[in-house]
Each structure stands twice: as structure tokens, then as C-alpha cells.
Design a protein around this ligand. Structure first.
Ligand SMILES: *Cc1c(COP(=O)(O)O)cnc(C)c1O
Length: 453
């Protein structure tokens, strides 16, 4: 067969050093991946098609246990709670609940999903700025831990409590300056301005709720462990101030999540191995700050809401090269079958890109486009790859966090998701969508139906 003609281009080769695109020209062998947890990519693709999300149970459990160990060896009273919005596939949540995590939810949908999975209400932490009264009522009845976000929510909960004739325990969410910018001041009550203290006053004077917890979540993908130390010190200081002033007991200090995964953030040129602090370092800052600021003998529960750092590296996306084109600026463009519709985090990261076979030819700068008929559909504009024939599978990682929740049914159907179990079982944990899934909630008025003539 004759090869199609391709206009030659000249580019400089860089090997073993940083190229001008901020990535390394690895020897080819480092970039080939033929399996995930010993299951051949070929087998996965033949059975489930592409694009395909693949989760590793082994990695998921290992990442959770690393975090658990980092904290429980440093502080005696820790609760780990799974951030549903990071990845709320049943199978993923079930594994983490099996590891002992409670559920952290931020909407009625997530609350109901956790309950449906069998998580009791008293094992649920309910956060977020928007909690409709109907679900607040259910959550209060079922004993969930609610962290209040607004003054209106205080009133809502008081009304529900009065209706139910109970005095529920509640927490409040704080926001504060921890040196992280932009500051997430839109959630909860600001500490420095006195707003948080006003919220405490409002709750105690209301007399219908029992304040027993403080919550804060300073941001996401935090690369500065010191920010957590500042957060914890401010929370403990505030806890004692209100305990002393109002005779309350703060039973939990919930420091949120936001720990980074080993992903390469756009604009951060150091490789993740250098830029991302270890979980030990983060845990050390948090627990040392706690132990040095708590009063003797006082060990309130420390709550950790880590999402991304646990699940991101457990997820891969297999996507196939559909077509190739040479762009006017000389770069090569690839059209893949997965785009930003299912890979929301492509807006923030340069993923690791591995290919499923050895190919010959020099690597060159290229752009990876998704399948959407939209200019924004770019998976990576700084890839550096050898010439890939049509049908080559690319394995992108880490993609386990914030993709299978933030993906959109936009233009294409959402694909299969599989889980590789610890003993090499492969289970379909979410089936690819079909036309039926999408249209079965639509209603076409009778008068608009196409008539056959
Ligand atoms: C999203 C979220 C988390 C989890 O954040 P990660 O960055 O995934 O660790 C934890 N707590 C709250 C309140 C959140 O909104």
C-alpha cells in the first residue's frame, strides 16, 4: 500500500533534556504502556471500546491507605470522609466506604446517592452553599453532620429543628486567609472580619442548635503545606475562643481536602515529583499544628475530606487516534475520540501520555484534539510524540478525579468505565450511554411530531 504523501517539515530534536515546550523527550520505551494492572490494553479496548475510563482498585486502596497512615500515625482521633463530587461512581465510593471512609456530600443528589449506597445518615457530612430545606430536613432527621454556609441556612435549620422538635448538632464553615490566593471567601463565614464570630453568636442566641464543629476547605490542588498549618492554628484558636465565651464544646475540626495529586498543573513547570508535596509532609503540618495548639488532654476529632489525592492516580483514559493532520504552523495535529466533553481536567493539566505500541520515527511537537466540533476541544496543546498511526491507543493519566463527575453529555455519548479489581477481575462499573438514555426524559408535543404523508 502506498503511504499518503505528507509535506516534510524540519524540526530540532532534543533528547534527554527539557525542550522548549517544558516537557522531556523521553526515550520511547518509557512512554509505551501495554497494560494496566497486568490487563492488556488491547484486551480492554477489544471488549469495551474507546474511549474507555479504567480504574485501578489496587491503586485506589493504596492511595487511601497512604493518607490514612500519614494521619493516624500522627494524631489519635481522625475521620476520613469521601468527597463525593470528586468521583461519585458507586463502585469507587463503595471501595472507599469499605476502607472506612464516611461520605462528604454537597447537594441533595449526592446525599441521596450516598444513602442509596447504604451509608447511614450519621456517617454523612453535608457541606456546600446550597442545601434546600427539604433535604436539610431529611439530613437532620437522619443525624448527618451539617456544616452551615450562610446566615439564611442558620434560619432554615432552626425552622426545621423546631418542626421536628429536636436540637440538632451543627458545624459552621469558615473561610480565612491562609496565604493561598485567590482566597476562597465565598464559602462559609469569614474569620478575620468577625463574620464567623457573628455566626456563632447568632446560633447560640437562637438557642435551637448546638454548635459542635468547625469546618474549612481552603482550596484545591494546594501545593503549599504551610497553608494547612495556618488553617489549623486559626481554627483551634477560634474553637477555644468560642468555647470560653459561650461554654460550648467543639468536637470536631474539619480541615477539608485540597491535597494535590501527582498531576502536572498547567503553568507549573516543575515536574509533579518535585512540585507536589508528599502526603507525609501535609499530614505532618496539620497534626503538628494541632498538637502544638490544643490544650493538654484535648483531642477533638480531626476530619479529612481529601478527594483528588486519593482517586486521581487510580484513573486512566484510553483514547484512540482517529485522524492526523499537518497544521499550517508545522505542528502535527491528532484527532482523538475523547475530548473535553469527558476530560474536564484537560483545562488544568498536562496529563502523562503513554502509547500502546512501539512506533519508529522522531518525536515532534503536536496538538491533541478531541472529537467535538468546537474549537476549545483540546486535550493537550504541548504534547511531544512520535508519529502515531491511526488506531494507536493513547493512555492518559492521572484522570481519576473530577472527570467522571464533571463530564458532559455534549455532542457524544459518555463512554464505558471499568474497574480492575485487586485479583485482576475487570468489571464494567458504568455502561456507555445510548440514545435511549438521553431521549427518554424528553417530551415532544404531539403537534410537533413529524407526520408521515
Ligand atoms: C471538593 C471538596 C473537597 C475535596 O477536594 P479535593 O481537592 O478533591 O481534595 C473537600 N471538601 C469540600 C467542602 C469540597 O468542596
Amino acid at each position: 500500500m502506498r503511504k499518503p504523501y505528507e509535506k516534510p517539515t524540519i524540526f530540532k530534536l532534543h533528547t534527554g533534556m527539557m525542550n522548549k515546550f517544558g516537557s522531556f523527550a523521553y526515550p520511547l520505551s518509557r512512554r509505551v504502556r501495554t497494560e494496566i494492572d497486568s490487563i492488556p490494553i488491547k484486551e480492554l479496548v477489544e471488549k469495551y471500546g474507546t474511549p474507555l475510563f479504567v480504574f485501578s482498585e489496587k491503586t485506589l486502596r493504596r492511595k487511601f491507605r497512604e493518607i490514612k497512615q500519614a494521619f493516624t500515625t500522627r494524631y489519635p482521633n481522625v475521620e476520613f470522609t469521601w468527597s463525593y463530587k470528586t468521583n461519585y461512581l458507586d463502585a469507587i465510593c463503595a471501595i472507599l466506604h469499605d476502607e472506612g471512609e464516611t461520605a462528604e456530600v454537597v447537594s441533595e443528589f449526592e446525599y441521596e446517592k450516598a444513602r442509596r449506597l447504604g451509608v447511614p445518615g450519621n456517617q454523612i457530612i453535608f457541606n456546600g452553599p446550597y442545601k434546600p430545606k427539604s433535604i436539610l430536613k431529611t439530613a437532620i432527621k437522619e443525624g448527618a453532620k451539617i456544616n452551615i454556609d450562610t446566615f439564611e441556612e442558620i434560619t432554615d435549620i432552626e425552622e426545621v429543628a423546631a418542626e421536628l422538635g429536636i436540637k440538632p448538632q451543627v458545624g459552621i464553615r469558615l473561610n480565612m486567609d491562609t496565604g493561598i490566593h485567590p482566597q476562597w471567601s465565598r464559602f462559609g463565614f469569614n474569620l478575620e472580619s468577625g463574620q464567623a464570630f457573628d455566626a456563632v453568636k447568632r446560633i447560640t442566641y437562637g438557642g435551637q442548635l448546638e454548635l459542635c464543629g468547625l469546618h474549612c476547605h481552603i482550596g484545591t490542588f494546594i501545593l503549599e503545606p504551610k497553608a494547612y498549618e495556618t488553617e489549623v492554628k486559626k481554627m483551634v484558636e477560634f474553637a477555644y475562643r468560642i468555647e470560653d465565651e459561650f461554654g460550648l464544646k467543639i468536637e470536631y475540626i474539619d480541615v477539608g481536602g485540597g491535597f494535590p495529586s501527582k498531576n502536572r498543573l498547567k503553568g507549573v513547570y516543575l515536574p509533579p515529583e518535585v512540585a507536589v508535596p508528599s502526603i507525609e509532609e501535609i499530614a505532618d503540618r496539620i497534626c503538628s499544628a494541632l498538637l502544638s495548639s490544643l490544650r493538654p488532654g484535648d483531642f477533638p476529632k480531626l476530619i479529612i475530606e481529601s478527594g483528588r489525592a486519593i482517586v486521581d492516580e487510580a484513573g486512566y483514559l484510553i483514547t484512540q487516534v482517529h485522524a492526523t493532520k499537518r497544521l499550517p504552523d508545522g505542528r502535527k495535529g491528532y484527532i482523538l475520540d475523547a475530548g473535553v466533553n469527558i476530560l474536564f481536567t484537560a483545562f488544568w493539566y498536562h496529563f502523562n501520555i503513554e502509547i500502546d505500541r512501539n512506533v519508529t520515527g522522531p518525536s515532534e511537537p503536536c496538538i491533541l484534539y478531541g472529537p467535538l466540533c468546537m474549537n476549545i476541544d483540546v486535550v493537550d496543546d504541548l504534547a511531544y510524540l512520535p508519529p502515531l498511526p491511526r488506531g494507536t491507543n493513547l493512555i492518559l493519566s492521572p484522570v481519576g478525579a473530577y472527570n467522571v463527575t464533571q463530564w458532559m453529555q455534549f455532542i457524544r455519548y459518555r463512554p464505558n468505565v471499568v474497574l480492575i479489581g485487586e485479583n485482576g477481575e475487570v468489571d464494567l462499573i458504568r455502561e456507555a450511554e445510548t440514545l435511549e438514555d438521553i431521549v427518554n426524559r424528553e417530551h415532544l408535543p404531539e403537534r410537533l411530531k413529524l407526520k408521515e404523508d
